[in-house]
Design a protein around this ligand. Structure first.
Ligand SMILES: CC(C)(COP(=O)(O)OP(=O)(O)OC[C@H]1O[C@@H](n2cnc3c(N)ncnc32)[C@H](O)[C@@H]1OP(=O)(O)O)[C@@H](O)C(=O)NCCC(=O)NCCS
Length: 168
């Protein structure tokens, strides 16, 4: 398996991968909207290839954390592996690769909304531990934060997602 940064020639296949994985088009549309916004981070949108075919994709993009300061943090969403290749470690490898790169780039933290039993293994913990508030009415443990070496206590407040996320 090869992990690399996405490029424009992958866009159609990435839409397909997400539509297959989620069995709907919302996530593929979200990716397109994020790419066309200031929140896009090209270096943190990664694909996994097997035999030169893209079988999985992950996107980290900017969201805002508003407390005493207005700060940019990362959102991990979406991550998708095509059904035939799920449960073979590909999703985990993509998540680890993305987190390592984000840390190396000097980001402070990444946020994910998902299953704790899956994301805890990568070091994600309930956001409440860090005084980071979720804007959605969801159980506390599903809104999680992974801190990087550049994390500082000033990273507190309420998360604000760009409008594109409200359509997912
Ligand atoms: C979630 C997903 C990205 C994981 O990728 P993957 O390559 O299948 O996962 P891995 O093989 O690395 O890891 C497998 C583990 O993930 C768990 N897992 C897979 N999908 C899960 C889900 N939706 N919720 C909770 N756990 C999940 C498996 O149960 C397995 O756990 P185990 O190791 O304890 O047995 C992939 O299954 C997928 O694309 N699912 C559909 C889209 C989706 O739900 N994306 C995530 C939300 S943004």
């Amino acid at each position: 398996m090869k992990i690399r940064v996405e490029n424009y020639q992958d866009y159609l296949r990435i839409s397909e991968v997400n539509t297959l994985a989620f069995a709907r088009e919302n996530e593929a549309n979200l990716i397109t909207e994020v790419r066309n916004s200031n929140f896009y981070i090209p270096e943190l949108s990664l694909v996994a290839e097997i035999d030169d075919i893209v079988v999985a994709h992950i996107m980290f993009s900017y969201i805002e954390l508003i407390g005493e300061e207005r700060l940019r943090v990362l959102s991990l969403a979406p991550v998708a592996v095509i059904p035939e290749f799920q449960k073979q470690g590909i999703g985990s490898n993509l998540i680890k690769a993305g987190l390592e790169k984000a840390d190396a780039m000097g980001e402070a933290l990444a946020i994910v909304l998902g299953s704790p039993s899956f994301y805890n293994r990568f070091g994600f913990m309930s956001s409440a531990i860090y005084d980071i508030k979720c804007p959605f009415d969801v159980p506390e443990d599903v809104f999680m934060v992974k801190i990087f070496k550049n994390f500082q206590v000033k990273y507190q407040g309420e998360v604000v997602y760009p409008p594109a996320f409200s359509r997912v």
